[in-house]
Ligand binder design. Structure first.
Ligand SMILES: Nc1ncnc2c1ncn2[C@@H]1O[C@H](COP(=O)(O)OP(=O)(O)OP(=O)(O)O)[C@@H](O)[C@H]1O
Ligand SMILES: [Mg+2]
Length: 323
């Protein structure tokens, strides 16, 4: 494998291996197709609970579904094209919670959704469904490919999986990728309803050829603020076992877990291609402060330097032990 892929090789590899299909085709349809708004997501889709930004800390264990108060608006959109029919999730600016926006100091959430997709693609994580920004019926917002509930369920809806399956999920490649992604993004909001797992109500957890479960990351409206990430009590995530022992008691003991070679390589490659991501982000002009972008690259550089999973639980211990 070459040390660094050319931009064309990189894009091609990215597209071919994607679990979402052809990103370019999907984005073309989402950007230019005729959208039909079907209604609020929880009114239409079974098992999409009333949702909330404000939920309890999510640990990776068997939970009852969390039914919170609705905070932001998400609507289901349908694109009917002769070549492909797809559903999208539209999160309009006018449906964003102003109080939370003001609290974090953000102008909007929807540009963070778009930026998070670009970051996922840049590092070859393939975690976030194709996402764009679109104006629909005069309202601007984030538009993302909707993953059908027959195939994908949020973390809160996995009650029937066995203990062994939970262990597999917890130690899966995708769970590790999700952790790295959230650390890179400074995302404090990986609650159970903000990731999807390939799972069917009747057939259960679905594994790929390598016996791996598949995880998909959604909802990145509050990501990218290092200040919010470091200071909010609202710090969630199903993967704390990678950075702390004894997560249940919340009296965490920092732990050091090495990042698998293959994942470290993705981060290293992404760091080497910093200019490309910088240009892509500049082109969409997201609501991300310059110092937050600098901090993002500092976090990436620490991951490459230390080669271990980091989050705010073990960051000091990592610096002390490995510096
Ligand atoms: N791309 C997607 N594919 C499938 N389901 C999705 C997708 N995006 C969102 N959903 C479903 O809609 C719910 C709400 O979306 P999201 O988490 O992005 O909104 P939110 O900002 O958290 O809004 P609220 O704060 O009101 O919950 C998700 O928990 C999930 O059930
Ligand atoms: Mg959410």
């Amino acid at each position: 494998m070459p040390e660094t892929l050319t931009p064309v090789e990189y894009e091609r590899q990215d597209n071919q291996e994607s679990r979402f299909g052809d990103h370019a085709e999907i984005l073309e349809l989402m950007n230019h197709g005729e959208p039909r708004i079907l209604g609020r997501i929880e009114d239409i889709v079974p098992l999409v609970n009333a949702h909330s930004n404000v939920v309890e800390l999510a640990e990776l264990s068997k939970h009852q579904p969390i039914v919170g108060e609705r905070v932001n608006k998400a609507e289901l959109v349908f694109f009917n094209d002769p070549k492909q029919q797809i559903f999208g999730v539209f999160k309009p600016f006018d449906g964003e919670n102003e109080e939370i926006r003001g609290f974090i100091g953000y102008q909007n959430f929807y540009t963070h959704e778009h930026a998070a997709y670009l970051v996922s693609q840049h590092f070859g994580f393939d975690l976030v469904p194709p996402t764009t920004v679109r104006i629909i019926n005069g309202r601007v917002g984030a538009l993302q490919l909707f993953m059908l509930p027959d195939e994908f369920q949020t973390g809160e809806n996995l009650a029937s999986v066995s203990d062994d399956e939970w262990e597999n999920l917890k130690n899966s490649d995708d769970m590790m990728k999700l952790h790295l992604f959230d650390y890179i993004l400074a995302n404090p909001d990986r609650a159970q309803e903000n990731y999807l797992v390939k799972y069917n109500k009747n057939s259960g957890l679905s594994l790929d050829e390598g016996n791996q479960p598949q995880i998909i990351a959604i909802d990145h409206g509050v990501a990218f603020s290092q200040h919010y990430y470091n200071n909010t009590e609202n710090f969630k995530g199903p993967y704390f076992h990678l950075t702390v022992a004894d997560q249940q008691s919340k009296k965490s003991t920092p732990t050091l877990t090495p990042i698998p070679e293959q994942l470290l390589d993705k981060i290293d490659q992404g760091q080497k291609r910093k200019d490309e991501l910088t240009a892509k982000l500049a082109a969409i002009n997201p609501d991300i402060a310059e110092h937050d972008l600098d901090a993002l690259w500092d976090r990436i550089s620490d991951l490459v330097k230390y080669g271990h999973f980091i989050d705010r639980n073990n960051r000091v211990a990592i610096h002390d032990k490995l510096a």
